[in-house]
Design a protein around this ligand. Structure first.
Ligand SMILES: [Zn+2]
Length: 301
């Protein structure tokens, strides 16, 4: 297979997997359904069972202009977003790995990226990260790295251990376990200190497990990078969120004709805007470390 054909194939596969991830994300909070039961998706409004042609990734949503064909209930744009995002990430992973010759590495990367997509959207919806992704990643991570040492071809620890030669299974396994320990440990300590300092849970345990799982794939250097990227992104998002609440509070006060004191509005906006899930930012950080800057530690040292 040529690389071009491989890229087309992986993008299309990513689209259909993205469609499947939508089901995983949507059904996660419901106890009575699983991913395979019921087999076919229904419109949540009119219960109409979707035919295959109403379920084609991106295409159906576009042709139906984002509405159910039967009751015209709006279908959230998040569905095509997750499909497009997954397809884009799969293509990125394939190109980054170096094409079809590196298919085992591509396989590991698309698996990790798909898990991160699920973790992101479930965390946004339910403020929790599925254990199947976080604990699952911690369990299969080291095993996959043992099988595909190339995953750690840029990891600092693995490179140091390998010396001039290629990264072997034992080097990759060591980097994976070190990454897992550092990822899990760093957030666990931050959470523990935060809980002692503020008397409440500062860091969700789901985040601890997610960074542990990510660490297994990006190594200890990648973990530090992922955490830094996540912190910067979450701070920016937190500030924007506070600004949004601040504008809301001030606007409402103005409409009512009462002058809300500036300081009071700010304090309220801070309290409301602080609660944003950290998981999505961690997931983006891990993704960046996985595909692009895993070698940042070796470059710096
Ligand atoms: Zn409907």
């Amino acid at each position: 297979m040529t690389d071009q054909l491989f890229y087309v194939w992986i993008t299309l596969t990513g689209l259909f997997v993205g469609s499947f991830l939508n089901v995983v994300i949507y059904r996660y909070p419901y106890e009575e359904v699983t991913v395979s039961n019921p087999r076919r998706s229904r419109c949540p409004k009119c219960q109409h069972q979707l035919a295959w042609y109403e379920n084609v990734p991106l295409v159906s949503w576009t042709l139906q202009r984002g509405r159910c064909r039967h009751c015209a209930a709006p279908v959230p744009w998040r569905y095509p977003l997750v499909e497009g995002l997954t397809a884009g990430l799969w293509l990125l992973a394939a190109v980054h790995a170096g094409g079809v010759a590196h298919w085992p590495l591509v396989l590991v990367h698309v698996l990790v990226l798909s898990g991160l997509v699920v973790a992101t959207f479930v965390d946004i919806d339910c403020l929790e990260i599925p254990d199947s992704v976080s604990i699952g990643g911690m369990v299969v991570g080291p095993l996959l790295c043992l099988a595909v040492p190339e995953v750690h071809r840029d990891s600092w620890v693995a490179r140091e251990l390998a010396g001039a030669g290629p990264v072997g299974p034992m080097h990759a396994l060591t980097a994976s376990l070190a990454g897992l320990a550092v990822g899990w440990g760093v957030l666990f300590v931050i959470g523990w200190l935060g809980a002692r300092a503020f008397g409440k849970e500062a860091m969700g345990f789901g985040d601890v497990k997610l960074l542990g799982a990510g660490g297994a794939f990006v190594g200890p250097g990648g973990v530090v990078l992922a955490l830094m990227a996540a912190s910067v992104l979450a701070s920016i998002a937190g500030l924007l969120n506070m600004a949004r609440f601040y504008a809301l509070i001030r606007g409402r006060a103005r409409r009512r004709g009462v002058a809300k004191p500036l300081g009071k509005a700010l304090a309220r906006a801070r309290a409301l805007g602080r609660y944003i899930p950290f998981g999505p930012y961690l997931a983006v950080g891990i993704g960046i470390a996985l595909l692009y800057w895993n070698d940042v530690a070796s470059r710096l040292l």
